[in-house]
Design a protein. Structure first.
Length: 260
């Protein structure tokens, strides 16, 4: 939580007036800014001082094997394009794995003034924002039929993949209350946990996109997974309240949401 708060403060208060693109990843519109890189260096440096035997996996290239069995999975700036354009929906996400199992996670959302966090088996909480500084335990939304569900999604930066995702969304819209597209997987997962969304799905996520948010959603009572019988992964990530999860997952499988 300390590392995420420091990185969030750097990103919020240190954003240059004329922020530029430092590099691209999967396509010319999948961007990295100098602030992504600076935030990851801050987080890894802070953690390395305090946990020198742990491993790291960071979106911007920080990788260390470690010797303790603990690995920190870091997305220093989830929602980079939003950040680049001055939109407020971006976050710092840090998940912790012990021998490959997710055990803790924090998602810092500076422009909301909110910090979401969870420890496996200990529930999920949010501090700041409307909840105040003491923290509020999170609970996903109560049961709702799929046709009354508000569901969020995201789109890939590779044009052909994004085209297919748009076709899936077109088929889904008449069967749901509505669809949202926020631009940060970590925040979408936390919004499921907080009851602001009934569900969320996306194809093409990486481990750092969901390491913290997946645990936070599950600790708030949501169900998470991928294709039927599989965990959330790069093919498909689904998170939803228990009543919405299975019908949404089944519908996404029917529509081939995981296909190229």
């Amino acid at each position: 939580m300390e590392a995420a708060e420091l990185a969030g403060r750097l990103l919020r208060d240190g954003r240059p007036a004329h922020l530029g693109v430092a590099a691209t990843k999967s396509s010319p519109v999948d961007v990295v800014t100098e602030m992504d890189i600076a935030a990851e260096k801050l987080i890894t440096g802070y953690l390395a001082e305090r946990r020198p035997y742990d491993g790291f996996l960071g979106e911007e290239g920080a990788t260390a094997e470690g010797k303790s069995g603990v690995r920190w999975v870091i997305d220093p700036l989830d929602g980079t394009v939003n950040y680049l354009y001055g939109l407020p929906t971006w976050a710092v996400s840090i998940g912790v794995e012990l021998h490959g199992e997710r055990v803790a996670g924090v998602v810092e959302v500076p422009m909301r003034g909110e910090t979401y966090y969870a420890v496996r088996g200990g529930g999920a909480y949010v501090t700041g924002g409307m909840s105040g500084d003491d923290g509020v335990k999170l609970h996903c939304r109560p049961a709702a039929p799929l046709d009354e569900a508000l569901v969020s999604t995201g789109f890939n930066y590779v044009a052909d993949v994004r085209k297919h995702q748009a076709e899936v969304a077109r088929e889904l819209i008449p069967r749901l209350r509505d669809i949202r597209r926020g631009g940060s997987a970590a925040i979408d997962l936390c919004d499921v946990a907080a009851g602001r969304l009934d569900g969320y799905y996306e194809r093409g996520l990486h481990p750092w996109d969901l390491a913290a948010g997946d645990l936070i959603a599950r600790e708030a009572g949501a169900l998470t997974g991928g294709r039927p019988g599989r965990p959330a992964d790069g093919d498909l990530t689904v998170a939803a309240s228990p009543a919405v999860f299975e019908p949404l997952q089944a519908l996404l499988e029917e529509l081939g949401a995981w296909h190229d």
